[in-house]
Every structure is written in structure tokens, then in C-alpha cells.
Ligand binder design. Structure first.
Ligand code: E4P
Length: 218
């Protein structure tokens, strides 16, 4: 499973990238706003900055909601850097735009996916990635991880090449569950990735190894 980081924060992207296990980045308009990035030129420059840090796909979301607008914006975003993936919401115009981008060889990430039917349409349109939002489903007392199982199963039945990118991951256990469900990618907050390292027996074991060493090597 690939690991993406779900943030527009440069320090966090650098920290995750320095671990050596980062495969890409996802952003969205809320995450960009959280970093105070505004204005067309600043937004574009921020995407380029991210692409220059991470050697992997970087999702940049369109703001337009109509087909023509999405195509216009997406083409500008895709021209910024070869690693840019145009992120498009799963609406009627969004699906048309994904189909258009895929016919032009532009990579896409179909976002705001909450059902297997939406994921099927994304794959039919040729999306590179589909992003089911598991945390937001859990928030409304639904089962986000179950959706990952359903989409992975459907895609494997029909041989779709669209990669399942588990999104809206809230904690470390979600990452494990998505890996078990067969997600191709998990996009996660930095804390959730670092949480994978944590185990009290690792800390205790390391402490013991070091204290035993120090006894003979004062
Ligand atoms: C996916 O690409 C989105 O950026 C994301 O995972 C949204 O998650 P949230 O529910 O934490 O906002």
C-alpha cells in the first residue's frame, strides 16, 4: 500500500518525506485555506513547492463546478508539474471532466466519494484514483472501512485500473484497516502515520537494550 500525506503544510510534508516512505500528497481547498494560501498565483506556487519536495503524485483540486471550468482549471494545474493529479468531485460535470482528462492522459483523483456507485462511475470515466472518505462516513454512524472493501471488490471483479485511495483517515487504526481491506493508497495526517511506529514494548525493549549496554560500556 502506498502512503500519501493529507495536508498542505510544508513542514509536515517535509517531515513525512524525510521518513523515506512517502509516495505522494493530497490537498483540498480546506487544507490550502488552513495554511493561509490564497490567490491563484500563490496557490499554484504552493503546489509547485510541494511537487519539488515529494517525488510522487500530488493532488490539486479544481474549484470550478461546471465542466468547462473544471477542464480549464485542470489543464492549468496539470501543466504546473508532471506529478500533479487533478482532483475532481464526483458530480455529473466532474465525471465528464474526468473522462475528458483521462482521454488527454491527465491523471485524476475523483474526490468526495461516499458510495460504491460513485466509485463505479469514477472507474468507468477512467479516474487514476478514487477517494472514498472513510472518516466522514464514520462520523455519520456509517462504516467507512466497509466502503473500501466494497470498492476494492468491485474493481477487482471488473478489472478496473483505478486505484483506491482511502481518504478522510482519522487515526492509525484506520490505516491498518484500509491496508487489510486492500486499499492501493492511504492518505493520512502525519500523526496517524507516526502512530504506526508506536508500541510500549518497543520503548521498553529499547530502554532495556541501552541500559544493559551501558552497564558494560559506562
Ligand atoms: C482527501 O483527499 C481529502 O483531502 C481528505 O482526506 C479529507 O478528509 P477530512 O474528512 O479529514 O477533511
Amino acid at each position: 500500500m502506498k502512503f500519501f500525506i493529507d495536508t498542505a503544510n510544508i513542514d509536515q510534508i517535509k517531515e513525512a518525506n524525510d521518513l523515506g516512505v512517502l509516495d505522494g500528497v493530497t490537498t483540498n481547498p480546506s487544507l490550502m485555506a488552513k495554511e493561509g494560501i490564497s490567490g491563484e498565483d500563490n496557490i499554484k506556487a504552493h503546489y509547485v513547492k510541494i511537487c519539488n519536495i515529494v517525488d510522487g503524485d500530488v493532488s490539486a483540486e479544481v474549484i470550478a463546478t461546471d465542466f468547462e471550468g473544471m477542464v480549464r482549471e485542470g489543464e492549468i494545474l496539470a501543466a504546473l508539474h508532471p506529478n500533479i493529479v487533478v482532483k475532481v468531485p464526483v458530480t455529473k460535470d466532474g465525471i465528464k471532466a474526468i473522462k475528458y482528462f483521462s482521454s488527454k492522459g491527465i491523471k485524476t483523483n475523483c474526490t468526495l466519494v461516499f458510495s460504491p456507485g460513485q466509485a463505479l462511475l469514477a472507474a468507468k470515466a477512467g479516474a487514476t484514483y478514487v477517494s472514498p472518505f472513510i472518516g466522514r462516513l464514520d462520523d455519520i454512524a456509517s462504516d467507512g472501512v466497509e466502503l473500501i472493501y466494497q470498492i476494492v471488490d468491485l474493481y477487482s471483479t471488473y478489472g478496473y485500473e483505478t486505484q483506491v485511495l482511502a481518504a478522510s483517515i482519522r487515526h492509525t487504526q484506520h490505516i491498518i484497516q484500509c491496508a487489510e481491506a486492500g486499499a492501493d493508497v492511504s492518505t493520512c495526517p502525519l500523526d496517524a502515520i507516526l502512530g504506526l511506529l508506536k508500541h510500549p514494548l518497543t520503548d521498553l525493549g529499547l530502554e532495556k537494550f541501552l541500559s544493559d549496554y551501558r552497564k558494560l560500556n559506562p
